[in-house]
Design a protein around this ligand. Structure first.
Ligand code: FEO
Length: 175
């Protein structure tokens, strides 16, 4: 079936939001660099990369369905945080917002009976569960260690071991 303009517009907005998400995480990465926490900076850089790959997945879906994507301006993200805990609390809150937005696209696809978009979104539902879990776990670890510098450095080393983000698929619906 032909993809509706309503769905194209909603997915196009999400492409913009995923790029904005990447911008947010890169802003967090550079904050961590400045604080001499290279592991957390690395984690955020990988996260930014993942967000760009999410944008590409959505982009590919529109293109493969014969639609046109419009690149829009990206808002400037926050640049200062009071603590690593505040950064990861923001990251967790941001992922909750992303999930909500993707569910809204799902509701439009349901309303229109667009099964192709529903199938594409399934990957994102699982991904969001993972992203919420990851940011929540790190937020909770940072809450637990309070002001302990040795424990903070341990968490930093752990986050520094995060593997690089996988490249986005050439087709949006690939597993
Ligand atoms: Fe693309 Fe972190 O959601």
């Amino acid at each position: 079936m032909e993809i509706s303009q309503e769905l194209i517009d909603a997915i196009n907005d999400q492409i913009n939001f995923e790029l904005y998400s990447g911008y947010i995480y890169l802003s967090m990465a550079t904050w961590f660099e400045e604080k001499n926490l290279p592991g957390m900076a690395h984690w955020m850089e990988v996260q930014a990369d993942e967000e760009y790959s999410h944008a590409i997945r959505f982009y590919r879906h529109i293109v493969e369905r014969g639609g046109r994507v419009t690149m829009k301006g990206i808002d400037a993200p926050k640049t200062e945080w009071a603590s690593p805990l505040e950064v990861f609390q923001d990251a967790y809150n941001h992922e909750l917002t992303v999930t909500e937005r993707i569910y809204k696209i799902g509701a439009i696809a349901d309303k229109l009976g667009d099964r192709s978009t529903q199938s594409m979104l399934q990957w994102f539902y699982n991904e969001q569960t993972e992203e919420e879990k990851n940011t929540m776990e790190i937020r909770d670890m940072l809450k637990m260690i309070k002001d302990s510098i040795p424990a903070l450095l341990q968490v930093d080393a752990k986050l520094g071991a995060r593997p690089a983000a996988p490249a986005p698929p050439l087709e949006s619906t690939a597993p």
